[in-house]
Design a protein around this ligand. Sequence first.
Ligand SMILES: Cc1ncc(C[n+]2csc(CCOP(=O)(O)OP(=O)(O)O)c2C)c(N)n1
Length: 632
Amino acid sequence: MLEKVNSSSDVKKLSIEEKKELAEDLRKYILEIVSKNGGHLASNLGVVELTIALHSVFDLEKDKLVWDVGHQTYVHKILTGRKEQMKTLRKLDGLAGFPKTNESVTDCFNTGHSSTSISAALGMARARDIEGKDNCVMAVIGDGALTGGMALEALNDAGYSQTRLTVILNDNEMSISKNIGGVSMLLSKLRTKKSYTKSSDTLKKHILKIPIVGKPFVRLVQKVKRSIKQLVIPKMFFEDIGFRYLGPVDGHNEEELERMLRITKELEGPVLLHVITKKGKGYKIAEENPDKFHATGPFDIETGKSKKEKSKDYSKVFGDKLVDLAQRNDKIVAVTASMKDGTGLTRFAKEFPDRFFDIGIAEQHAVGLAAGMAKEGVIPVVPIYSSFYQRAYDQVIHDIAIQKLPVIMCVDRAGCVGADGETHQGLLDMAFFRLVPNLNIIAPKDFRELEEMLEFAVNLKKPVVIRYPRGGEDKYRFESCKQVKEGKAEILQEGKDLTIIAIGKTVARAMKVAEEIEKNEFEDNQLSVQVINARFLKPLDIETIKESITKTKNVITIEDGTIINGLGTAVKELIVDEKLENINLKTYAYPDKFIEHGSVDELEKRYKLDEETIVKDFLNYYKQDIAKALQK
Ligand SMILES: Cc1ncc(C[n+]2csc(CCOP(=O)(O)OP(=O)(O)O)c2C)c(N)n1
């Protein structure tokens, strides 16, 4: 069936039976693609029927459909002319793993971070009303994403405003792991209730046909029905805040879904359609392990086993060290915003259930909560991915930094993350955290240093940001790791012609670049390179760096972040502030743009940050200056 379908209009022509066949084909195709390219599997398998139904009922070139997070849009992409391109999913210059307005008009809004869809959809609905248009606007949001503050803020506004808008709640009882919290408790109560729209809507149709009495009578029935509902379903949250609640509906029943979506089309005001789906639907291994198959690397379809042996990564090293520290210090607690496994907290959660807090997809709350705990003497450790820390920027400033509260902010997935692309790159954290007074900002060069830094941080009694990358450490092996001291850099090798300063994962690259440069001869002279592991972006070790630059005159900085306001900028400022003269400085960092998806290696090459390019670039750039310097 998939061969016959390329667009929404092809879907609209199919019978229900054919759509069921199409659903099976779509699942097979998605499985095939994700098992090769990696990606978000379970969430996509869960929304196959829902996506087909949306394409059957709406005109998605005119009607607006905003996908929350956007990780579940593979079916939508296939049904909107991108079937063949799906083979390039998440690859450099291929299709993105999230909705992109530049890929299709049917991707009406870019997403990637959770809980934004209702705000964007409400904005589009208000714009429609202002412009006097009549298109439908929908947001599809998961029960996990509904735990995010922004989604609740939007519901609050939408319900009160009575703007025509449909929120489709895709409830699979899962965030990445099992969904938790009060919203999840509310949904589980609603889930157990039978759909009550069917009879009342049929009734409404008949009554409306009665002249004069029709409308007022319907209003009366609705009022009565509403009060009955209040009795049947305790705390009718959605209706109380101004939404018309429809459902729950079986999200794998094509007919039922289409019927309900058609009803939403006819209703005025904000509507919430509660759809029950199964994460991983149709692929037994994912149904049984929806968390593991939420996002996956390439795997074997038969066994579900990963094609790449999972090696130790920074998150695991962080998690193990935290357990070790927590065993010795019972004040240490851990807070996660729905990313227990991803941030390496699985062991901590098991060993210290009373000191572990999964607070939903709510980074702002996570940081605010940690600040409160720190104020009362507890030591909170809060690992959040770099790009999601963006959410909690004000809480870092207002709740932690101003009060100098000792919260350990662990910035996981810092730097280039690769295939998830623009919305997930962790390239801005150094820049935005560097602006904030009272923060210590550190980054380890390898696993061992991460352990040292974590121990340093929990004992410092000040706010600390520790950033570390996705995945494992570099192949380069450091011989030692000096003790971490506040504001102190680590000199890794002495040299007199060039200083290379790096931080975090790029320190290993600095060592390799130094090695390569030292192999080159300049007019029979061998260059000698000093390598500094900055360790602290803030406070920067001005003394050590100044001394080295004054000696070598030539400096390069390498970092895994944006060119603006990172290590390179800090060194530039130092040169000016300290009035150092005749210095050649070259800064290697990502340019001031949002970095697309692709593998980390490919992106580093594209942005000229790989070892080979830096060496070549350096040799070209400095050849004359160095030759001159050597002649003196
Ligand atoms: C602000 C933010 N925090 C965390 C994430 C990581 N994340 C991606 S999907 C997801 C779970 C979403 O659950 P739900 O909305 O129920 O969708 P499902 O995958 O279950 O369909 C999380 C936590 C994110 N994308 N954005």
